[in-house]
Design a protein around this ligand. Structure first.
Ligand code: HEM
Length: 489
């Protein structure tokens, strides 16, 4: 108790021992939090190994604290491995500081709603390259989705045109991200990222392996941050660059004062954007494919809408978005049905606070349980069901629930949300216009439910999801598609 009449929020007693905690299915940690919440309420408190943790289970509470009291709730926890593994550049991990403010300003300039319009042509072009790739090799649809997610951001940030196969910069970046994740072995990744203080416990963390991986990770991070940035800077200086985040930011250099600090921040934000885009956009598209396979009626209704508005002899563009509300509802429902980032990133209190009679200490991890919010049965009846119709009002118009909570809260809200939703919309609508996504067949040729795994770690998405991706117009070949979309095959 902090004083005689103010107490910590309620929370579970007798928490699992560390061993049990590590047995938890990482990507389902939010489910355990939700279960605890059913007994302890919307603001739950627990203490694990000296670290105070507050879990916010409802959208209202997250807004009340992380948004309306953002001066207290906008820090991030110190992470003990940051320097060792070379992830200090990552804007998402920065403490609430002047350096973080400079990162946000750079992001804001490039990714605010007005500015993201400049990237629409890149997103459209990449979405069509995605179609071409899948037409050529439908069985490798997941690789093409990954390529779409990473190449769209490479173009938008660095004006770099990634090659479809074995692109050296993409390979370097993917290697860096993979080792970041490996430094914390997969089953503990989420726990480590959410509870970095656990690293202080040497018994379960084999030091030698960690050190070896850390050195490798540092090298990879340096390559990932510097190589594409140097490429983009050189082009920006010689004025051969198309519009991209790096070239546009250099034009605003004067507004940022110190050139050295600015360049470091620009390099770091660019690499952070790459991580955000590849990790979460590709994951969201994997959830989308799963939903389309499991809910063929939804898929059919979307395809009918697209055909009624656009016909079959051309492909959708961003101008069609207002005329395709059902596709927009599918985008919202995909984000809600299975949030790929169910616990977001932890905030950290920079001062103590009192909320509804509950004491929230300074230095507490504050986690918004986005997974629980998306399953709110009052707001989303039958939350397990994929039902885009829930986003329509009685008059047939889309409602105003754009599931923003998926992108976090307050001053630390995702900076890439407008860019991400545009990339997701154009890829989803293009895929729906071109392909059927069907369940796999068994040996007797009967459709069966796909067998796959959910990823472990912070990002939660289907891995190795079998799907029959079939062109909707059987005569369509890569060459014909190239004609329709105006690209050379
Ligand atoms: C479907 C795609 C995405 C999802 C679901 C997502 C979700 C999130 C969430 C939940 C947070 C934590 C917010 C908080 O702390 O309250 C976050 C932070 C962040 N996201 Fe995203 N994100 C996505 C795409 C992107 C993209 C494309 C970019 C970059 C262009 C990006 C850049 C960032 C950055 C830099 C932060 C940290 C902000 C800060 O700490 O100040 N994200 N994102």
């Amino acid at each position: 108790k902090s004083s005689s009449n103010i107490s910590f929020p309620p929370g579970p007693k007798g928490l699992p021992m560390l061993g049990n905690l590590l047995d938890l299915n990482d990507s389902q940690l939010w489910v355990s939090f939700s279960q605890w919440a059913s007994t302890h309420g919307n603001v739950m408190y627990c203490k694990l190994f000296g670290q105070q943790i507050v879990v916010l289970q409802s959208h209202e509470v997250a807004k009340a604290l992380l948004e309306r009291r953002s001066s207290i709730y906008s820090d991030r926890p110190p992470i003990s491995t940051t320097e060792a593994i070379g992830s200090g550049f990552n804007s998402a991990q920065l403490r609430y500081s002047d350096e973080w403010r400079m990162h946000r300003r750079i992001f804001h300039q490039s990714f605010r709603p007005e500015a993201v319009k400049d990237y629409l042509p890149i997103q459209l072009r990449k979405a069509r390259q995605l179609l071409q790739g899948i037409i050529e090799a439908p069985e490798r649809y997941q690789d093409h989705i990954d390529l779409f997610a990473s190449s769209v951001i490479m173009s938008a940030v660095y004006d770099y045109e990634a090659k479809p196969h074995n692109d050296p910069l993409l390979l370097a970046a993917e290697k860096a991200i993979k080792v970041f994740l490996e430094v914390a072995n997969p089953q503990t990744a989420v726990i480590l990222e959410a509870f970095p203080f656990l690293l202080k416990l040497p018994s379960w963390f084999p030091g030698a392996k960690f050190k070896r991986l850390a050195i490798q990770s540092q090298k990879n991070a340096i390559a990932m941050v510097n190589i594409p940035f140097n490429y983009a800077r050189e082009r920006a200086m010689t004025a051969t660059s198309n519009q991209c985040m790096v070239s546009e930011s250099f034009k605003r250099l004067d507004a940022f004062g110190n050139a050295g600090e600015f360049e470091l921040a620009l390099k770091s934000t660019s690499a952070t954007a790459f991580i955000g885009m590849t990790r979460f956009t590709a994951s969201t598209l994997a959830v989308f494919i799963l939903a389309m396979m499991l809910y063929p009626d939804v898929q059919k209704r979307a395809q009918e809408e697209i055909e009624a508005v656009i016909g079959t002899d051309q492909l959708p563009t961003f101008e069609d978005r207002p005329s395709l509300p059902y596709v927009d509802a599918i985008l919202r429902e995909t984000l809600r049905w299975h949030p790929v980032f169910p616990l977001g990133l932890p905030h950290y209190t920079s001062d103590s606070d009192v909320y509804n009679g509950h004491y929230i200490p300074k230095g507490a991890l504050v986690m918004a349980n986005i997974g629980a919010m998306s399953q709110d049965e009052v707001k989303y009846p039958n939350p397990d069901e994929f039902k885009p119709e829930r986003f329509f009002q009685a008059d047939g118009q889309l409602n105003d629930d754009t599931v923003d909570f998926i992108f976090g809260f307050g001053r630390r809200v995702c900076v890439g949300r407008y860019f991400a939703t545009a990339s997701l919309w154009i890829s989803m609508v293009s895929l729906l216009a071109t392909f059927h996504f069907m369940r796999p067949l068994d040996n007797e040729g009967k459709e069966v439910d796909p067998v796959f795994q959910w990823s472990t770690g912070l990002s939660s998405h289907p891995v190795s999801l079998p799907c029959r991706v079939i062109p909707r117009h059987p005569e369509m070949t890569a060459h014909m598609l190239a004609d329709v979309i105006g690209l050379s095959a």
